[in-house]
Design a binder for this molecule. Structure first.
Ligand code: SF4
Length: 216
């Protein structure tokens, strides 16, 4: 049974989600792309270095392979995406943006001004806390199998929480780029993410929870 505050939080999140969906459909009408097609364009742009396939897009966006396939066929027909034979598997093809697709993907990846303005209304400390809360919620949903795995720092093999307890540039460390990470540097969709084992991820999460709240 949800308590009163939890109900209010979920109701507030629902209102924001409605505004985002409505903005996505407004943009879709303007650009001639459905929200799914726009998300796939942004996905291909973000993963271009990894030669993404149709199945990768379906997994990342939490849609069925059929839905991804139909949306990709429409993007190919519009001249925004090309299917390129995969060098490692002749039966498969990876997805590439055409030049026109790159432009459309940049537009698709932009947040509506009204959402940016609302988030920028938060002061830096509130934004930092909000990011931490989002990471906590996303990780929990992921652990419960309610959303597909996201490329979060806190589940990454390269993440070293609280490695620099006295460093004002960042408490944590990314071993991939060999640099400190502050709470606001934490990524939600990092292209260099590599999943840590459940044991390592759980240990790192406990350290992150203990330290970041009090010191960052
Ligand atoms: S590689 Fe990316 S996800 Fe992993 S710790 Fe570094 S910044 Fe975070």
């Amino acid at each position: 049974m949800a308590d009163e505050v939890s109900n209010k939080l979920l109701s507030g999140l629902n209102r924001i989600s409605l505004a985002m969906r409505s903005a996505a459909w407004g943009d879709a009408t303007e650009s001639g792309l459905t929200p799914t097609q726009s998300q796939i364009l942004a996905f291909i742009a973000a993963r271009s270095a990894q030669n993404p396939r149709s199945g990768d897009a379906a997994d990342a966006l939490g849609i069925t392979p059929q839905t991804a396939s139909v949306a990709i066929a429409a993007l190919v027909a519009k001249g925004l995406v090309q299917k390129v034979p995969d060098a490692s598997d002749r039966r498969a093809s990876s997805l590439k943006l055409t030049r026109q697709g790159e432009v459309a993907a940049r537009v698709a990846a932009q947040w509506p001004d009204f959402l940016l303005a609302a988030v920028q209304e938060l002061d830096p400390a509130e934004r930092k806390l909000f990011l931490r809360i989002l990471i906590k919620l996303i990780r929990r949903l992921q652990t419960d199998g309610q959303i597909v795995p996201q490329r979060l720092c806190v589940t990454c093999v390269h993440f070293q929480p609280n490695s620099h307890p006295n460093n004002p540039a960042g408490l944590h460390h990314c071993a991939y780029v060999d640099m400190p990470l502050g709470d606001t540097d934490l990524r939600i969709d990092c292209p260099d993410h590599r999943s840590a084992s459940p044991e390592v991820a759980n240990t790192n999460w406990s350290i992150f929870l203990r330290t970041a709240a009090s010191k960052n």
